[in-house]
Design a protein around this ligand. Structure first.
Ligand code: SAM
Length: 208
């Protein structure tokens, strides 16, 4: 079984008891730091049940570009669609069941890529792909668990990408972003109950 298929199976199993409350808080922190504009074309990468996509879509006026929401787990996408049915206008989110690497998006077609609580499953190749799909100067926002507060079950541990070390501080997240070709990284550590999450905003090179 491929890594993506294993991840889809694990998250399909998790979907019915997913911790929406925590992920809604993470999404709020991510959107507050990155602040996508109302006309920006945005992707929510490994969107799960759509915490980021739903909050963003609900905050935008009618006529804003649809949020591209991509996940490999049918169960999570289905949960997202069900939640979105009553929360957002039809067409506000473009749900896609697909591997997020590479994203189903053309080169330089996006203004903002957001990725909450997922980059440590995707690997650093995801960041290289974001640089492909973003226009020059496009923005990236991602969140990762703080290393000292992450206690994955064994089922999750084996699925983590070896080339995305969890940051032990905001400065480490900034340095990792720079080492992966992003500029102007700004990271913050958020305390969410007994969890700690590092939220990072950065830019792709080449903008004016
Ligand atoms: C911890 S959840 C986070 C979901 C969502 N971003 C949120 O904030 O609630 C991780 C998600 O990554 C997805 N995922 C993992 N690997 C993936 C891949 N290669 N392509 C697309 N989605 C993937 C899983 O299916 C799962 O929905």
């Amino acid at each position: 079984m491929t890594q993506s298929a294993s991840l889809a199976r694990v998250f399909d199993d998790l979907a019915p008891r997913y911790d929406h409350e925590h992920h809604e808080e993470v999404a709020r922190a991510l959107l507050a730091l990155v602040g996508p504009g109302v006309a920006d074309v945005v992707a929510d990468v490994a969107c799960g049940a759509g915490a980021v996509a739903l909050q963003l879509a609900r905050s935008r006026p009618a006529g804003a570009p649809p949020v591209l929401a991509v996940d490999v787990s049918p169960g999570m996408i289905e949960a997202g669609r069900a939640r979105g049915a009553s929360l957002t206008a039809s067409g506000a989110i473009d749900w896609r069941l697909a591997d997020a690497v590479p994203l189903p998006a053309a080169a330089h077609s996006l203004d903002v890529v957001l990725c909450a609580s997922s980059l440590h499953f995707l690997g650093s190749g995801a960041v290289a792909d974001w640089r492909r799909v973003l226009r020059p100067g496009g923005r990236v926002g991602f969140t990762l668990p703080l290393a000292t507060h992450f206690r994955p079950s064994e089922r999750f541990s084996v699925l983590l990408a070896a080339d995305v070390p969890l940051p032990g501080s905001a400065a480490e997240a900034d340095a990792w972003a720079a080492a992966n070709g992003l500029t102007g990284a700004v990271s913050r550590v958020h305390v969410l109950g007994d969890r700690r999450v590092v939220v990072t905003s950065a830019v792709t090179p080449g903008g004016r």
